[in-house]
Design a protein around this ligand. Structure first.
Ligand SMILES: Nc1ncnc2c1ncn2[C@@H]1O[C@H](COP(=O)(O)OP(=O)(O)O)[C@@H](O)[C@H]1O
Ligand SMILES: [Mg+2]
Length: 344
């Protein structure tokens, strides 16, 4: 045990964010929350003993099959960029991908590498699940049960939690867990309106960062991985339109479209629902997720919100302090609250 581990022992309870683009885990270490992450992607290369030896020596994470080596996680996108190809993805639109059935052992390995073993028998792990998609014809039942199976096989006690609700848990403590959480992720955007930690409605749309990357790759005729890397490292949505390159301009257009699309879906959900309670006060909106990370995103969101005839009064819209970690942290808070509630 290291000095740090001795003075900051881990507390039981984990929060797990199973996203289409990244997997995150949060756990409490003393008064701090510690996070681990891995990209949810893989890249296959022809098997040879020689290549396998090189991967091994370079500490590259891989899974081996009869005739292939699958480089997994963060290294997969590096390989993809070198070979000017795209990574393969075990998940699509928030759930296990029907297009990659043989990727199940791969996603299992990626999740295990982020989550680690339980610190005690039946350690409680809350894992995030997307809301029902309103614009796509699938449900999350299969996905939820497969993940539950992994967690229980590794010795955890597991509970699913809606992804939008995790933002409310993570960021709206001072508002008595009342307000709206929106995550703009890779495969989906998730929305939850909660009153006192109880969801009034939650749903997802099957459009987010991956959708932006695909559209931009198509209109600029570039590989998707190249667009993803550019977007994650260099995109600044505050840059004046006149100074933008063709790729930046396309990213800017699809970002605006995505924000408007999500706000319109929320509007529909509120106006069509017969059981929306009267809200006593204007609500806060908290935004999280990787797609909300580039500079200028919040300003764009606020601008489009102002121009949208939104059916509830909004007190403020703000970005979560660590947009990539919000869901894992919210899931951890739920796990700790649950454990305290049970007095164990
Ligand atoms: N710094 C960044 N700037 C812009 N986009 C980012 C950044 N980091 C991650 N992303 C994008 O955010 C998405 C992943 O966000 P995340 O919240 O982890 O999604 P998911 O929950 O779907 O895995 C991807 O589309 C990724 O390309
Ligand atoms: Mg996520």
């Amino acid at each position: 045990m290291s000095k740090d581990e001795k003075s900051n022992p881990v507390e039981a309870g984990k929060g797990l964010d199973i996203g289409t683009a990244f997997i995150y885990c949060a756990q409490k270490r003393g008064s701090q929350v510690a996070f681990r992450t891995q990209r949810n992607a893989f890249f296959d290369i022809e098997y040879s003993e020689f290549t396998r030896g090189i991967l091994e020596k370079s500490n590259v994470k891989y899974v081996q099959s009869k005739d292939k080596l699958y480089v997994v996680g963060d290294d997969a996108i590096k390989f993809a960029n070198v070979f000017a190809k795209n990574t393969r993805r075990p998940m699509k639109n928030g759930v296990l991908s029907p297009e990659e059935p043989e990727a199940l052992p791969i996603v299992e390995m990626i999740i295990k590498s982020v989550l680690g073993s339980p610190s005690k028998k039946d350690e409680l792990c809350y894992y995030s699940i997307p809301g029902m998609p309103v614009d796509a014809n699938f449900d999350t039942i299969y996905h939820e049960n497969i993940i539950k199976g992994f967690l229980e096989k590794w010795g955890y006690r597991s509970k699913p939690i809606n992804e939008g609700l995790t933002i409310v848990f993570s960021e709206l403590v001072e508002d008595n867990f009342t307000g709206m959480g929106i995550s703009f992720g890779g495969g989906m955007a998730n929305v939850c309106l909660a009153i006192m930690a109880t969801p009034v409605f939650s749903f997802s749309v099957a459009r987010a960062g991956d959708w932006i990357d695909e559209q931009v790759a198509r209109v600029t005729n570039e590989p998707v991985s190249k667009i993803t890397t550019f977007k994650e490292t260099s995109l600044n949505l505050k840059k004046p339109e006149s100074q933008m390159t063709r790729i930046e301009q396309a990213l800017s257009i699809y970002y605006n479209h995505l924000i408007q699309y999500v706000l319109d879906e929320i509007k529909k959900e509120i106006t069509n629902s017969p059981r929306i309670p009267q809200l006593e006060k204007p609500i806060p909106i908290v935004i999280s997720g990787g797609t909300a990370s580039p500079p200028g995103f919040l300003e764009r969101f606020k601008g489009i919100l102002e121009r949208t005839d939104f059916p509830v009064e909004v007190r403020e819209a703000r970005l979560a302090p660590h947009p990539l970690y919000t869901t894992a942290k919210g899931a951890l808070i739920a796990a700790i609250a649950d454990r305290e509630g049970q007095g164990s």
